[in-house]
Design a protein around this ligand. Structure first.
Ligand code: NAD
Ligand code: MN
Length: 503
């Protein structure tokens, strides 16, 4: 089948999947799909139009116990953990190839499940997911261990070993992509993984498990447990036989996971959490039109449901009016539309709860005295889906709620400043420290500002760049550890020092 080229063709494909009951919705344990032990299921509701797509297995403690046992047995058997790196590499690359071969189906599942436009779910999410698996696989037979600079009569070997059983708990905004940012380095280094997708977007994770098996990942090495955070998520986080917990999600839950680790076996906990990233435009920005395009995309792409969203636009007084005018014009390109229409750039918000949350923040912004200059409304209500206009608030003060809290929707706060020191001080005045943008023609100012910002990623004269070669993650309450790049491998390996006496 060739890739659909219009909304009708995508809709036909979706209808076939849904009505023929072809959407996989069970847990995946020990190489097989199975219902949860309790038999409980929950409705998977599409935010596009409110349609129920399928009923997903709702896993709990008992399922977690079985999955951990399966993962532990697979790890101990050595079938994957002791496979030579070059062989693991081959299977990882095949896994990546198969993700790409199934791109249309995975993209469709992602769009139906969480509302993102089909034009991105394949080209950005599935392709990015495959890239993470492939990059990590390709790297694994090129990393060497170390020999310590010891005295002549001894040898100190520093070797890396897989940690064992990894639980990966991921969010709904980039479901398959966030899952694969974890799976790539976790599997490449030889671990067994239990993946817990968000209850709001479980479908691609469930389907992917089967693809992994097809690629040759042995059974038990990747188990997938759909279900809720407070049930199966908590069970994994408290489990005495999970060695490492990796997480992408909110700061609130990230903190809770550290408590669970402390209350159980002190498992390693690596957290990618929220953000409230400053995008700083100086008077001497080299290209205001480019800055406007980037600022609009930074808040409207993926309906603003992006951890690195440029949700605080810090603009120097001299270019404020011109930049705001340009951004308002750019927002025309981000009108909410049907996610299965390849022309749509801004789709549906993930669910009713998230829509209500975004609308609440818009009301709070108005009540606290920010000036609503663009958008602000729920739209396309007749569709039965969850759509909100990209929204811009001007004259925002950094102490206002909409500048402090992560909205995780398309709501931009514009804050004015004078000079570099004030930009840096406002930029850093946040509990978060994930990302930042800096727009200036002055190379010293660019470097000084980038250095002074307490954030894990800084983009100069663009926004939201990056690939597999550079680490992704944040300072402060945006988390610890990094996804992507070889630095990610640190999370999935223990370091062993072995001393050999030669005399
Ligand atoms: P969330 O924290 O509500 O949920 C994330 C995951 O945790 C879900 O799978 C959920 O089921 C699970 N969970 C919830 N409660 C749990 C508990 N008590 N025990 C164990 N697991 C539990 O976050 P979300 O709403 O799914 O995602 C949005 C958040 O993710 C935003 O804050 C966003 O900034 C963040 N995010 C961060 C990055 C990053 O790399 N820094 C990337 C994407 C998203
Ligand atoms: Mn969903």
């Amino acid at each position: 089948m060739s890739t659909p080229t219009n909304r009708e063709q995508w809709q036909n494909l979706a209808d076939t999947l849904i009505t023929q009951g072809e959407i996989k919705a069970d847990a995946f344990i020990e190489g097989e799909y199975q219902a949860s032990l309790s038999g409980e299921r929950f409705d998977c509701v599409s935010p596009i139009d409110g349609r129920v797509l399928c009923q997903v297995a709702s896993c709990d403690l008992e399922d977690a116990n079985i999955a951990v046992k399966s993962a532990r047995a697979a790890f101990d058997s050595g079938v994957w953990s002791e496979l030579s790196p070059v062989k693991r590499k081959g299977i990882m690359i095949r896994f990546a190839d198969l993700l790409e071969a199934n791109k249309d189906e995975l993209a469709l599942l992602e769009t139906l499940d969480m509302g993102k436009p089909i034009r991105y779910s394949g080209a950005v999410d599935v392709v990015g997911a495959a890239r993470s698996i492939r990059w990590s696989g390709e790297a694994i037979d090129k990393i060497y261990d170390e020999i310590a600079p010891t005295a002549h009569n001894e040898i100190g070997m520093i070797t890396r070993e897989p940690v064992g059983v990894v639980a990966a708990i991921v969010p709904w905004n980039f479901p398959i992509l966030m899952a694969c940012w974890k799976l790539g380095p976790a599997l490449a280094t030889g671990n067994s993984v239990i993946l817990k997708p968000s209850e709001k977007s479980p479908l691609t994770a469930i389907r992917m498990a089967q693809i992994a098996i097809e690629a040759g990942i042995p059974k038990g090495v990747l188990n997938v447990l759909p279900g809720f955070g407070h049930t199966v998520g908590k069970a994994l986080a408290l489990h005495m036989d999970v060695d490492t917990l990796v997480f992408t999600g909110s700061t609130k839950i990230a903190k809770q996971l550290m408590i669970y680790a402390g209350e159980s076996n002190m498992k390693r906990v690596w957290l990618e959490a929220g953000g409230k990233s400053p995008n700083i435009v100086f008077n001497d920005a080299p290209d205001l039109q480019k800055a406007a395009e980037a600022a609009a995309a930074a808040i409207a792409f993926n309906q603003g449901e992006v951890c690195t969203a440029g949700s605080r636009l810090l603009v120097e007084a001299g270019v404020k009016d011109e930049l705001l005018g340009l951004i308002a014009k750019e927002m025309q390109a981000w009108k909410p539309g049907h996610p299965l229409d390849p022309a749509t750039t801004c789709g549906a918000v993930v669910d009713k709860q998230q829509l209500d949350n975004v609308l609440k923040y818009i009301r709070v912004g108005i009540a606290e005295g920010a000036e609503l200059v663009h958008g602000g409304n729920q739209v396309l209500t007749e569709s039965g889906g969850m759509y909100v206009e990209p929204t811009i608030f001007s004259n925002v003060e950094n102490k206002m709620t909409i500048a402090k809290e992560e909205i995780f929707g398309p709501v931009l706060s514009v804050i004015t400043f004078d000079g570099m020191d004030e930009a840096i001080s406002i930029g850093n005045d946040s509990i978060y420290g994930l990302a930042a943008g800096v727009w200036t023609s002055n190379i010293s100012k660019a470097h000084k500002t980038a250095k002074a910002l307490r954030s894990g990623m800084v983009w100069i004269n663009h926004y939201d760049g990056g690939d597999m070669t550079a680490p992704f993650g944040g300072y402060k309450q945006s988390g610890n550890g990094r996804d992507k790049s070889l630095h990610a491998f640190d999370k999935y390996t223990e370091i062993k020092a072995t001393w050999i006496a030669l005399d």
